[in-house]
Design a protein around this ligand. Structure first.
Ligand SMILES: C[S@@+](CC[C@H](N)C(=O)[O-])C[C@H]1O[C@@H](n2cnc3c(N)ncnc32)[C@H](O)[C@@H]1O
Length: 230
């Protein structure tokens, strides 16, 4: 069994993510999993349903290769896309250079969300697959960062691993404190719905919940929270 702290070589383990993302790019695995070129349909549905004003500021936390950010920018939204992986960010920058019309809409930054600073607040924050890779010892930092950057009456969409995910059983005996180590020192946490609600409901209200499937059929949670605190 692996101790919950010994596996964190560095706070943000960006080298781990660089190798995962590079191997996806090398294996031309771009049609599946998070490297898909298409946005997640559930995010498209939320944006269409809530019909957000095009002037809002959107933050895509752990944007990866940018499938959601690119779509949002193509739709005319102002998006800041951040990721700690330089390989993901450089890949996304090359994509943006090919699409001149989204250049002005999409700001890309290589940074961990835990270190992110902004002079303004965001009206829509997306985390599609990042939070469940944040080690619990950094969870409070993540939550206070979110609390700082999310505007009043604004939305936070979280898509994360569900404890009904097919990998949950495979990894559940390999960690402690509900931390499930996959290969490569890559941390994955499979949350129950109640665990997520416990983490977020002190400062955000749940406005929509769904169980959804990833591109490989894996079970995920989709939470849409609203910051209604004054
Ligand atoms: C499973 S991928 C999801 C990528 C993208 N959101 C998507 O849906 O295509 C998780 C991403 O989160 C990034 N990441 C992990 N920890 C992060 C952190 N602390 N700050 C910013 N990005 C992080 C990884 O580099 C990786 O690109």
């Amino acid at each position: 069994m692996i101790n919950s702290c010994e596996n964190i070589e560095e706070k943000h383990y960006d080298s781990v993510w660089n190798s995962i993302i590079q191997s996806n790019i090398d294996s031309d695995n771009l049609g599946c999993h998070f490297s898909s070129v298409n946005p997640r349909m559930e995010i498209v549905k939320i944006v269409n349903k809530y019909n957000f004003n095009k002037d809002i500021n959107i933050l895509d936390v752990g944007c990866g290769l940018g499938r959601n950010s690119i779509w949002l920018a193509q739709e005319g939204y102002k998006v800041t896309a951040i990721d700690l992986s330089s390989i993901a960010i450089n890949y996304l920058k090359r994509q943006i250079n090919r699409e001149i019309q989204i250049k002005e809409k999409l700001l890309v930054q290589k940074i961990s969300f835990l270190d992110f600073h902004s002079s303004h607040k965001y009206q829509f924050v997306i985390d599609d697959g990042c939070f469940h890779h944040i080690h619990p010892i950094f969870r409070n930092e993540y939550i206070s960062k979110l609390n700082c950057i999310i505007d009043k009456n604004s939305y936070y969409c979280l898509i994360c691993f569900n404890d009904k995910h097919c990998l949950f059983e495979k990894y559940q005996n390999r960690g402690i404190d509900n931390i499930h180590y996959a290969e490569n020192k890559h941390i994955s946490i499979f949350y129950s719905k109640d665990e997520i609600l416990n983490i977020y409901s002190s400062f955000l209200n749940l406005v929509h919940y769904d169980e959804i499937h990833g591109l490989k059929g894996e079970m995920l949670h989709l939470f849409l929270f609203k910051n209604e605190n004054i």
